[in-house]
Design a protein around this ligand. Sequence first.
Ligand SMILES: *[C@@H]1O[C@H](CO)[C@@H](O)[C@H](O)[C@H]1NC(C)=O
Ligand SMILES: *[C@@H]1O[C@H](CO)[C@@H](O)[C@H](O)[C@H]1NC(C)=O
Length: 407
Amino acid sequence: MLVLGVLPLLLLQLRVPCRAADVPEDVTAEFSVRLYHQLRSSVGEENIIFSPLSVSVALGMVELGARGPTLNEIRQAVGYSNLKAGDEFSLLRNLTQALSAEETQNVVKLANALFLQTGVHYNPDFLQLMKKYFRAEIETVDFSESMAVAEHINTWVENHTESKIRNLLSADDFSSVTRLTLVNAVYFRGSWKNQFRPENTRTFSFSKDDGTEVQTLMMYQQGDFFYGEFSDGSTEAGGVYQVLEMPYEDEDMSMMIVLPRQEVPLATLEPIIKAQLLEDWANNVKKQKVEVYLPRFKVEQKIDLRENLQELGIKNIFTKDADLSAMAGEMADGKDLFIGKAVQKAYLEVSEEGAEGAAGSGMIALTRTLVLYPQVMADHPFFFIIRNRRTGSILFMGRVMNPEVID
Ligand SMILES: *[C@@H]1O[C@H](CO)[C@@H](O)[C@H](O)[C@H]1NC(C)=O
Ligand SMILES: *[C@@H]1O[C@H](CO)[C@@H](O)[C@H](O)[C@H]1NC(C)=O
């Protein structure tokens, strides 16, 4: 099992004249779901993959430097309105620490960096808070050397994603007015608690929603998982659908798969997805024996955050009205700063993989005819999230419309 991804990246440019307990609780689920629906409306029938947590962290980094309406816009859109001002920073720190602090088998790394134009003054308080809350590495570069800067930042990203994300930026992403670039990379490698045995993987047809079929490698296992059957009571969402939650090795992280009935297109089910529903699923799946057929799959996507966040009401930071004055040093005029570019690239690969010779439940013949346990047969499009089960943080969210076979 290898999952990985991502980095929202925010390029800042100079305007050309012109739960309080020890387990933090994520409050950004609503925002994450809204972003999912926004992407759905912009990508057509494609696969989707993005990291909601990574977007929240990147926006948190910008928010540290924001003031006035610019600040309020981010707070409202992301869902911090009910928190005391500034608490979101310690929340984000606590959430990211909860992902990586424990001695886990899974590897989750969040890496943040801030690249600053050499010779420009930034507010030392801002830089210090960036370190405090986001443990951001801070480096100075010369953005007018756009080719060298792109290479440097791309190497930094590769270094923090075990080389899975390459060539994120190119020279034309920078110009002489670029003053600051924020990069935030998430990398996750988890092995299933119950691994799939490679010898049980078979070639199988996957039926896409447009009616065509593709050949895919279908993994199989029977094991104890969290499982439930749900319906919103109307036939509009396609009736009963299945939710399967499969934990990773240390059980804090899990992948949740939501699958409509075979004859129901995913697009029929998707509109009912809401933050509250994610929670309902998590609270109502029950541990039981399930037969799982899951394709090996790979999804990859580069998202223009600027375009999509604007649709969700985060507009100010991208325009001349941006107030990022808290970033600027006394000499500089912070009113000249705004975000020129923001992208996220995410990559996810799901396979049997885990430590070799892994346990797995054994037994099982693929040809069994008598179905004793619920069967989850993901041979048609499905929705998924990868989340921290203690804090509710969503590391990845997406859907598989067409699994790309991993060789
Ligand atoms: C983050 O954790 C610290 C230390 O455990 C705690 O004092 C603080 O209240 C937490 N912040 C939030 C917003 O939950
Ligand atoms: C990437 O990693 C290599 C090898 O550890 C190191 O020498 C290099 O400085 C790193 N580059 C960046 C930009 O972080």
